[in-house]
Design a protein around this ligand. Structure first.
Ligand code: ARG
Length: 434
């Protein structure tokens, strides 16, 4: 935890860097900022507060109430957001910032790790400008995600708070391997490991080089060549070894899993979140409830894959897989939601353009959630999954000042969140469109 003085420095340093090098005006040079708006989405109490007043000191929210309930400090910078609704900064638990949505299939072979890191710089910025102040990056080659996270934290580039996994761990020839080339090219992804001790070593290596979270592939996938979405990858024994090792070291684990058996075994082995979770059945849902497992279901991305995927280089075999997976996943989403499984917002942005993350919110409503529940899935629930609910996920006293503002009646139309006017991260106004 940073000391208070460090926080001041941190916030001001970022503000100055941003205004100097990125041409963004910052209102946060003063230590105290007061925000007034028309409404505030209080995700913890599932209600909307009218005429809110929020007082921020440096990068921490000090007071939340209604206008007139507290005197505005004399030296405060006042940010008048009349006509706007305030929400906590959005959180996306499944992104690949170092991936470009135009580069799929064989095009990926041309991209070096350093090049992907530079792609990440661009995407980090567009993600933050879209109102996503926190992301979990689940899978990146060469620890490019670690470098990006550190560059953002150092104030060198603009982006969301990142929790990163490093390379995804997976079996030889699985979804987390590179299967595009014949044998003689010896192409193999960094996270490939077979056997319980080998996967433990990969977990240890990812921790050594800076991972905050562990990602592994428990089944085949849509976008990988030659894998069956329905088939499990890793034995139960390997999953248990991997998850035990990660938990031992204090990290959570995310499992890519479409197929039913892989989903169930990952849950039984104690995984913290299941990504995609397409082919759920009653037992999988019961297990997720029993174990308190989060489901991170990317139900928008199917529209991009089937609409734009071919142009972006996605293989025909992947398009064919998507035609079945997408539909089934949406049905599973509704069933899981109705059963009361814990669900978080995870988009798989990187497969589709970064910055379009929020498009999934309206789909989450279309397939069952109330607007408030969809917002909670993209704010307070991810904060819980990350173990950061004391600092992130809502506009409450003592939390980091990660706040977005949007014009219009957002609770009746979540598509308004696809176009955010104001983004404040860590007490710094990084975007203010008038
Ligand atoms: N990265 C995932 C995979 O290749 C994308 C799945 C997208 N499809 C979906 N319906 N969610 O498996």
């Amino acid at each position: 935890m940073m000391s208070k003085n460090n926080r001041v420095f941190h916030s001001l340093a970022i503000a100055l860097t941003i205004s100097a090098s990125l041409g963004i005006s910052s209102l946060s040079h003063a230590a105290t900022t007061v925000i007034k708006a028309d409404a505030l989405v209080d995700v913890n109490n599932s209600k909307v507060l009218d005429s809110p007043l929020v007082i921020i000191e440096n990068n921490v929210i000090q007071y939340v109430g209604t206008q007139g309930s507290k005197a505005v400090p004399n030296d405060a910078t006042v940010l008048d957001l009349s006509g706007h609704t305030l929400l906590p900064g959005l959180m996306d638990m499944h992104v690949h910032l170092t991936s470009d949505s135009n580069v799929h299939g064989y095009r990926r072979l041309k991209i070096s790790t350093p090049r992907s890191a530079i792609t990440g710089v661009k995407n980090a910025r567009s993600t933050l400008m879209a109102g996503f102040t926190t992301v979990r990056n689940v899978g990146a080659p060469g620890y490019a995600d670690v470098a990006l996270r550190d560059a953002i934290n150092d104030g060198d580039v603009l982006g969301p708070r990142m929790y990163v996994s490093g390379p995804s761990i997976g079996v030889t020839g699985g979804h987390c391997d590179n299967n595009l080339l014949p044998f003689e090219y010896e192409a193999k992804s960094e996270g490939v490991a077979d056997g319980p001790w080998a996967v433990r070593t990969k977990v240890r290596q990812n921790i050594k080089y800076g991972a905050d979270v562990i990602k592994f592939c428990a089944t085949g996938g849509v976008l990988s060549k030659g894998t069956k979405v329905g088939a499990q990858q890793f034995s139960f024994e390997e999953m248990q070894a991997l998850i035990t090792e990660a938990h031992l070291r204090g990290l959570t684990v995310a499992a890519h899993a479409h197929g039913t058996d892989g989903i169930k075994n990952a849950i039984r082995a104690g995984v913290d979140s299941v990504e995609h979770a397409s082919f759920l059945d009653e037992e999988a849902i019961a297990l997720a409830k029993e174990m308190g497992t989060y489901l991170s279901m990317d139900i928008y991305v199917t529209e991009y894959i089937l609409g734009e995927g071919e142009k972006a280089g996605i293989l025909e075999e992947s398009l064919a897989k998507e035609r079945t997976v997408g539909k089934r996943q949406r049905t599973s989403f509704t069933t899981a939601y109705e059963a009361g499984v814990k669900m978080i917002f995870g988009s798989d942005a990187g497969v589709y353009p970064h910055g379009d993350n929020a498009r999934q919110l309206t789909r989450m409503v279309r397939f069952g959630m109330s607007p408030m529940e969809a917002i909670q899935a993209a704010t307070m629930h991810p904060a819980n999954l990350l173990g950061k609910s004391a600092l992130l996920g809502s506009i409450d006293e003592g939390k980091m000042a990660d706040i977005i503002a949007v014009k219009g009646d957002v609770m009746n139309d979540l598509s308004l969140l696809e176009n955010i006017q104001v983004v404040i991260k860590d007490g710094v106004v990084v975007k203010h469109d008038r």
